[in-house]
Structures are given as C-alpha cells and as structure tokens.
Write a protein that binds this ligand. Structure first.
Ligand SMILES: Nc1nc2c(ncn2[C@@H]2O[C@H](COP(=O)(O)OP(=O)(O)OP(=O)(O)O)[C@@H](O)[C@H]2O)c(=O)[nH]1
Ligand SMILES: [Mg+2]
Length: 312
C-alpha cells in the first residue's frame, strides 16, 4: 500500500517552520533566518519514501501584530492553505504557548489530524538545570498541551478537539526529523504518488533564485531593511550549462539603498557572492549573477505590486 498526502506547516513567525521543511525534504528550498517574517510565499516541499510521498506546504508565519496589506496577504496564504490539506503540523517552541499561538490554534480545522510539534527542544534543554528537571517540565508541558483546544485558548466549539500527536523535537536534529516523518506517514491517506520521486518543490528555479537573494538581504542587513525590500528577477537564462541571472532589489527609501550597497559596494558584493554560491549548490551548476538596487516607495502597501510578486 502506498500513501500520499499534503501536510501544512503552520505557526507564528520564527518557530523554525522553514528549517523543518528543508530538513524534511533534505534540501534547502525554503529560506530561513533569525528574523521573524522570513517566509513570504507558500512553497511546496516534496519527500518521497519507499511507501509514501509527503507533500509539505511551508507557510508564512501567522502575523498577529502589524496590519499592512503585506501582512494580510501573508495571513491569507496561511488560511487558504489550511482548507486543502490532509494533515496539519502546528509548530510552537517547546515550553511556551502564548496568545499568539492561540490565535493560530483558533484557525485550525477540527476535522483533520493536527500534529503539535514542540520545536527547538535543544534550547529548552539548555534552559533546564538538570536532565531530570528537563524531563519533568517537558512532561508537564506535554500534559498541558494534551488538553482539549478550548482549554488552551481555542474556540469554544473546539472542546472535543485535541492534538493527534505531540512531538517534542528539534528541526536541526536529523534523527528527530526522521521520527517525525515516521509519525506523519501513518496519517497520510492511501493514494498514488502525485510527483516524480526526484521532484523536491513546485517552485521554479527563477523563484528560488529570488528567494535565495532575499535570504542574503535578511542575513547581511539590519532589523528593518528585510521587511521593506524585495527582489525581482529581470533575467534568467541558460547559457550553455551556466545560468545567467539578473536581479533587482527593490527598496522603499534612498537610505535603504545605501544600506544594501554598503561602503564602496562591499555589502552588495557580499550579498551577491553568498547568493550565487547557494544558487550553484541548489541548481548544481555555474551561475553568473548581476544585481542592482532600485528605490520604489511604498511597495509593501501597493496591492498591484504585491500581485505582481504573487503575494495576492
Ligand atoms: N536552536 C534551534 N534553532 C532553530 C531550530 N529550528 C530553527 N531554528 C532557528 O530559528 C530561526 C527561525 O527559523 P525559520 O526556519 O526561518 O523560522 P520560520 O518559522 O520559517 O520563520 P518565518 O518564515 O519568519 O515565519 C533560525 O535562526 C533557525 O536557525 C531548532 O530546532 N533549534
Ligand atoms: Mg519560514
């Protein structure tokens, strides 16, 4: 018997959703960073085992604070994803369940298996004074999370619903990741594979190239900049076995442009080099990358611009 199904990965920002997706798929297809709100698009990651094909959907972290057109589009990506999957993986940080998590809980369907992942277990263990204390407080936390959802801040009608499984783990631990796959496999419906076993994602190389560049902006610039910049690929073509890619980084203000370019162009050079190296690894071939920076005011609140980037 073969199983195949879709699994949504949801949770508030910065819980390690994309790191987990990449580990589950075995390739870095979704960008990650220390900063919240890294993921902007829903992205499929596919893992095929002997007896099962898992189609994971990484989603943007659910936003509960700022209300902008961009944030609304991000949240819509989460709610529409939830309507069309077989299983939900809800990611929280081990040891903590707050109001922002409860807001995500209230969105979850009552009629699908929902697996609760207590992620970043390594950090939880570091905070404990001893292994015994760690085990005791972890068990306590698991017991709390095992209650009906209405007790955890869910909707009143969720009083009959509880998590199908509670899995303490770290997305950075390969052994834990394999165990999560084992658990998820049991919840997939019977069915034929929908993708070729070699396929890892539904996204084009062009899309992945833009994302990799965006990740480097996240990594090499300050707090505010990542949220007010975006990447547009102007050209992507094969030249023999080499990919020729031209990209524009759109920013909101002149000062942001200067921040990305850096002193004597040093920062932009660093961003471009790191992006090129990641692209070469993912595409398994040489890349020639050219990057420009352009100021375009108010793009994050411009519906037409968001639509053009597939965010609407
Ligand atoms: N210590 C530890 N850090 C982790 C673990 N998983 C992810 N992280 C870190 O957590 C941060 C956020 O990871 P992401 O995978 O980008 O988180 P996300 O939930 O996709 O974030 P958004 O896309 O912004 O919603 C990164 O710095 C990761 O390296 C883990 O198991 N342990
Ligand atoms: Mg993410």
């Amino acid at each position: 018997m073969f199983r195949c199904g879709t699994i949504a990965i949801v949770g508030r920002p910065n819980m390690g959703k994309s790191t987990l997706l990449n580990a589950l798929v075995g390739q870095k297809i979704s960008i990650t960073s220390r900063k919240a709100q890294t993921t902007r698009h829903r992205i499929l990651g596919i893992q095929t085992r002997e007896q099962a094909q898992f189609v994971f959907i990484d989603t943007p972290g659910f936003q509960t604070r700022l209300v902008s057109t961009l944030n609304k589009a991000l949240n819509r990506a989460v709610t529409t994803t939830l309507q069309d999957v077989n299983v939900v993986c809800f990611i929280i940080e081990a040891g903590y369940f707050g109001e922002d998590d409860a807001k995500v809980l209230r969105l979850l369907p009552d009629d699908l298996p929902v697996i609760l992942v207590l992620n970043k277990l390594d950090l939880f263990a570091n905070r404990s004074e001893s292994p015994e204390e760690r085990d005791r407080s972890l068990l306590e936390f698991m017991a709390k999370m095992g209650q009906p959802w209405s007790e955890l801040g869910g909707r009143p009608e969720q009083s009959e619903t509880a998590f199908a499984e509670i899995v303490p783990m770290s997305g950075k631990n390969p052994h834990d990741v394999q165990r999560l796959l084992d658990i998820l496999e049991e919840y997939l419906p019977e069915g034929e594979a929908r993708y070729d076993p070699e396929t890892l994602t539904d996204r084009s190389e062009r899309f992945l190239a833009a994302e990799i560049l965006r990740e480097k902006i996240f990594r090499f610039t300050g707090e505010e900049l990542p949220y007010t910049s975006t990447v547009v690929i102007d050209q992507f073509k094969m030249d023999g076995r080499m990919r020729r890619i031209a990209a524009t980084i759109l920013v909101d203000r002149d000062s942001h442009k200067a921040m990305i370019i850096g002193e004597k162009g040093e920062r932009l050079k660093k961003i471009s080099t790191e992006a090129r190296l990641d692209m070469e690894k993912l595409f398994d071939g040489k890349v020639f990358l050219e990057t420009w920076v352009k100021v375009k005011r108010g793009w994050a609140d411009d519906r037409a611009e968001l639509r053009a980037q597939g965010l609407e």
